[in-house]
Design a protein around this ligand. Sequence first.
Ligand SMILES: Cc1cc2nc3c(=O)[nH]c(=O)nc-3n(C[C@H](O)[C@H](O)[C@H](O)COP(=O)(O)O)c2cc1C
Length: 340
Amino acid sequence: MKEAIRKFINTPLVIGNREIDGRLVLAPMAGLTHVAFRELVDSFGGCSLLYTEMCSAGALPHENRQVSPVFRWRDAELDHLVCQIFGSDPEIMALAAKRVAGEGFFGVDLNFGCSVAAICKRNCGAALLRTPDLAVKIVRVVRKAIDIPLTVKFRTGWEDRPDAAVALARRFEDAGADALIFHPRTAPDRRSRPPRWAYIGQVKQAVGIPVFGNGEIFTETDCEQMLETTGCDGVCLGRMAAAAPWVFAAWRSGMSPDLERHRRSMLQMMALLGAHYEPVAALRKFKKIAVYQAALFRFGHSFFKKIRNAETFSEAGTIVNDFFDQHPELSLRPNLNLFQ
Ligand SMILES: Cc1cc2nc3c(=O)[nH]c(=O)nc-3n(C[C@H](O)[C@H](O)[C@H](O)COP(=O)(O)O)c2cc1C
């Protein structure tokens, strides 16, 4: 990575009334960015803002952090943890946001990007991009309810029209959003077609608040290119962070991880999942994340198949150790068949 870019990603950034210490942030990912995974990311350092999995705004005011599957956190992460909420009713979203603020989170994020059918059917996530007035109203009402940073994560829309995304970005800013995370794909694209990074540049040009670019940043070169070609203020890493939770620290410091780091990270993921969740849920969650970690290897597919069939943590641990004992070959880019 060029020295100027390395310096840039280590530069603090103001978001609303708070500051973060750098430009690399973790994307919210359902099933992946749980409390155990975030603890792993923090153990390596370098991630300036963590995002929770998406949390239902309707459920959130009644959630018990000790037992909730998603609304759980460690006190030590609160100063750089954003809770992402989804919903479609502005008042319900505002109530949820108030709870998040009351708990001491860094900020609240509004999910206007999830294109999964179960979410869109309820008029939540990316479905709200079909009704921009309602999406903007949600931003405005939530903004009034909280004084901590408010971010909005959204996609291009339902059609490939960057002008519509740019117009919406301006309206989100006017309604009080403090930063945007923009994933330049349409909702029907899900993650199939490549993201159109050029649209990130258009959104960045249109607003005065920070814009984080998101979508298929897998290498330091990708990161550099996104920053250089779009002028965005920072980048938001999803699947690459799941695959390599130390990626933030590595890119910020220039350190290149060895094979042992992959092994240790997988074993540590298991230990943390075991500490935060009961055994069945912990093993299920490990399998969810292991597929991304396996995708970084040339024969990761057969490695993951074995992990998927493991019935206990100790069996999965043996599979991990056996795999790394054979000095597996890393791929230059992740295997996208596994990186869904
Ligand atoms: C398993 C998985 C779950 C996701 N869940 C969410 C979510 O809860 N909220 C959200 O806004 N985006 C979610 N996303 C989208 C990511 O935040 C991100 O926008 C997308 O993966 C593209 O970034 P990447 O190429 O760096 O992975 C999810 C993605 C994946 C792979």
